[in-house]
Write a protein that binds this ligand. Structure first.
Ligand code: COA
Length: 384
């Protein structure tokens, strides 16, 4: 085929249209610059914006928060399942299974159109996706907190109504809400992680939806894609690297060795942003504030030296995972929670894309360039 276009990793390919966000001219969610959203909104407002297209009024926000609160309690069967797991299972694997299980205990999901192509089914699929999105926003956070506590021999905590999403997460983890700076820093990280057009996990969710499969399946697939270290898994590698470097003086030596071995520095580089990621710059300010508050600025000093070195030597800039890995550490969160926290936030973006895919669906089915053996006859078994 002479007109075929081949771009490994779909690099530079426009694979669909979206009105949810753009990275052109600086990241914007539904037209709003990310810096303004991070400055002036809370995560719940952003999740609403992504799912429903507009920032909520105060009344809409209150009602949205109430619905989230009503959905936070986990089915007892899921808690029993979490309790039954053998030790040491990666948190992202648990989240993936848990989301799949949540579908079985969602009574509303039982009325998911069995024939989504039938007349009138489209609007029901869209409404149902938004309802499922709200449940997942609430329940994925409860599930992560419950599993975290069970792993430490503690009982899961019931949600406390009236808290912001970020504060609620801390409460369900530890039974207390930290100071305002900590809650707001976490909130901003959730805003920045919420959406990023056709990244790998979102594209996975859209591919699954394009077959007219259900939103739970789309989110399970997206979680699988997010887990990989080239995507969301990168934030868990930040503190181990900083610890391995240990002091600002050792930055050059360690990085030289890594680059010589062609090792990737997790939290650096991006498929789209080649001159820096605005989200990383915003979150770095919050990481620095937390580090100063804790009186623990060593990691920030090392991080700055790493940034300078990689910019000068490789023209590489940090992505959002670089400050996020440090910020979550300053918040006292254990490393295995970092990628799942990314997922708690990104589920809003995934579901917004699922809705959008339904609104103008076309099966996503690209072609492959064949590089296998040339045409050859099948040799019968006895002659092989
Ligand atoms: N550390 C070291 N070198 C890196 C690098 C990193 N984090 N990211 C890119 N590079 C180098 C590559 O080795 C390559 O160098 P070369 O041309 O000398 O071989 C060059 O930069 C281009 O990299 P490439 O892999 O083609 O870019 P990409 O668009 O496919 O990569 C990522 C995007 C995100 C996969 C890549 O930057 C990466 O692996 N980053 C680390 C993981 C991470 O932080 N993921 C979170 C993304 S938000």
């Amino acid at each position: 085929m002479s007109s075929e276009v081949y771009a490994p990793g779909l690099e530079g390919i426009i694979a669909g249209e979206t009105a949810i966000s753009t990275v052109e001219g600086g990241l914007r969610y539904r037209g709003y610059p990310i810096a303004e959203l991070a400055e002036n909104t809370q995560y719940e407002e952003v999740a609403y914006l992504l799912l429903y297209g507009e920032l909520p009024t105060r009344r809409e926000l209150e009602s949205f928060r109430r619905r989230l609160d009503e959905a936070r309690l986990l089915p007892g069967e899921l808690v029993r399942f979490l309790r039954s797991l053998p030790p040491g299972i990666p948190y992202m694997d648990v989240m993936r299974t848990a989301v799949s299980m949540l579908a079985h205990f969602d009574l509303g999901y039982r009325s998911w159109p069995s024939e989504p192509t039938a007349a009138g089914a489209l609007e029901r699929c869209i409404q149902s996706t938004r309802r499922i999105a709200e449940r997942l926003l609430a329940q994925m956070a409860s599930c992560l907190a419950a599993y975290y506590r069970l792993c430490r021999g503690l009982e899961p905590l019931s949600p406390r109504s009236g808290l912001s999403h970020a504060a609620q997460f801390f409460y369900q983890l530890n039974g207390e809400v930290p100071d305002e700076l900590a809650v707001r820093a976490c909130d901003v990280s959730l805003i920045l992680y919420a959406e990023h057009e056709f990244n790998a996990s979102t594209f996975t969710a859209r591919v699954i939806t394009s077959t007219m499969s259900d939103p739970y399946s789309a989110v399970v697939g997206a979680l699988g894609a997010l887990k990989g270290p080239l995507h969301g898994g990168a934030n868990e590698h930040v503190m181990p690297l900083l610890r391995r470097i240990g002091s600002p003086e050792r930055v050059e030596t360690v990085l030289q060795e890594m680059l010589a071995r062609k090792e990737r520095v997790m939290g650096f580089g991006h498929r789209v942003y080649k001159t820096g990621d605005l989200r990383a710059r915003i979150l770095t300010q919050w990481a620095k504030r937390l580090a100063e508050q804790r009186g623990e600025t060593l990691w920030e000093d090392i991080a700055q030296r790493v940034e300078d070195y990689l910019r000068q030597q490789k023209n590489l800039y940090p992505n959002l995972d670089w400050p996020a890995g440090r910020l979550y550490y300053y918040l006292g969160l254990p490393m295995e929670l970092y990628t799942p926290i990314f997922a708690l936030s990104r589920v809003a973006g995934w579901c917004a894309h699922v809705v959008e895919q339904w609104q103008a669906n076309r099966l996503i089915r690209p072609r492959a360039r064949y590089i296998g053996p040339p045409l050859r006859p099948v040799v019968p078994l006895e002659a092989r």
